[in-house]
Design a protein around this ligand. Structure first.
Ligand SMILES: Nc1nc2c(ncn2[C@@H]2O[C@H](COP(=O)(O)OP(=O)(O)OP(=O)(O)O)[C@@H](O)[C@H]2O)c(=O)[nH]1
Length: 326
């Protein structure tokens, strides 16, 4: 895997008032967290989709600036748990949040504040001391007057839920309207998040986009390829594990090849058939798309081997969840 490492890491030169730290976005599914992460980082690091809960892993994108380094921990949406997996995801989110410096609560401009948002606000009240910034996302989708109403409603939500024992008696530390798609106010979001970070030297070398283990990124790429075009048929019932990544033996040094073996886990035989497609055509397309992404990610040619396995009810089975790495 030497080829994936590239040149030696270089830390940015920094002044005495350099700031560095962690931020995390929360919000109901589809609130725009992944898209905003990508807009801030300027590269694609987390997968996005028009369906909820595709972000199952904690992926960090890193914003490098002259004066600061902002590490974004992209979490799955907090939501009322219905399955064991849902409960695990919530626990993961709360654990993650208690370690960051600032939390961005994403609330889409085009949807009324609902019980899901109030549930999240109530959870955030449990955090010890982190400032919570409200980010009113997707502002390009609503007219100005509708946005103004939403900003007022969000302010009210903060005053109702983030008060009392917390340091923030006045509700949210800031409320910022933003569109990750048009790019409007993305710089303001970065500025506000950075202002809440501690004075610290940079935490990661320059140019680093994510510190997720490569296997997790590889699994995400395969998952994304597998969900392409069939999100309606296979909403949340697939998971991907990386079984092995080994450099092919006996290759000349200038022609390396990495063998990557992955498994796509589905819940039912019918779903396996969808993934494989007629005569194996979908599986081949998944393989081609994922291989290109993995090759770009790791900077080396890749041979990708994909298996499809039926793991019955994996969402509900604790032992299986453990094995899938959740
Ligand atoms: N018009 C518009 N659409 C947006 C914007 N941000 C996100 N979206 C869309 O909203 C949908 C959900 O965005 P995501 O970034 O995947 O949302 P998420 O909160 O990460 O979703 P989960 O992973 O399900 O928690 C996608 O279809 C995005 O393209 C925006 O600023 N403007």
């Amino acid at each position: 895997m030497e080829a994936a490492l590239g040149p030696a890491p270089r830390f940015v030169e920094h002044g005495a008032d350099f700031r560095a730290g962690f931020a995390s976005f929360v919000g109901r599914p589809n609130a725009g967290k992944s898209t905003l992460t990508n807009a801030l980082v300027g590269h694609k690091v987390a997968i996005t989709s028009s369906k909820p809960q595709t972000t199952r892993h904690t992926i960090r994108g890193i914003v490098h600036r002259q004066d600061a380094q902002l590490v974004l921990v992209d979490t799955p949406g907090l939501h009322r748990p219905r399955t064991l997996l849902g409960q695990r995801l919530n626990d993961l989110v709360i654990d993650t949040l208690s370690e960051v410096d600032v939390v961005g609560f994403c609330l889409p401009a085009d949807q009324k504040i609902g019980p899901g948002d109030r549930f999240i606000a109530a959870q955030l009240q449990k955090l010890p001391h982190q400032p919570v910034i409200a980010l009113v996302t997707k502002t390009d989708t609503v007219p100005k007057d509708r946005l103004a109403e939403q900003l007022l409603a969000v302010d009210q939500l903060g005053r109702e839920h983030l008060a009392a024992e917390r340091a923030q008696a006045e509700g949210f530390a800031a409320i910022i309207p933003v569109s990750a798609v048009s790019g409007e106010q993305v710089d303001v979001v970065a500025e506000e998040l950075v202002s809440m970070l501690p004075v610290s030297p940079p935490l990661y070398p320059e140019g680093e986009l994510t510190d997720e283990p490569e296997a997790v990124m590889v699994a995400e790429l395969v998952r994304e390829a597998a969900l392409e075009d069939v999100r309606d048929e296979l909403p949340h019932s697939i998971a991907v594990t990386v079984d092995e990544m080994v450099p092919r033996q006996d290759r000349p040094a200038e022609k390396p090849l990495l063998d990557v073996h992955v498994s796509i886990h589905v819940e039912r035989d019918s779903q396996k058939a969808i993934i494989i497609g007629r005569g194996g055509s979908r599986l081949r397309a998944i393989g081609t798309q994922a291989r290109q992404g993995i090759s770009r990610l790791l900077g080396t040619p890749v041979h990708l081997d994909v298996h499809v396995k039926v793991s019955k009810d994996w969402q509900r089975d604790a032992k299986k969840l453990g094995r899938l790495g959740f």
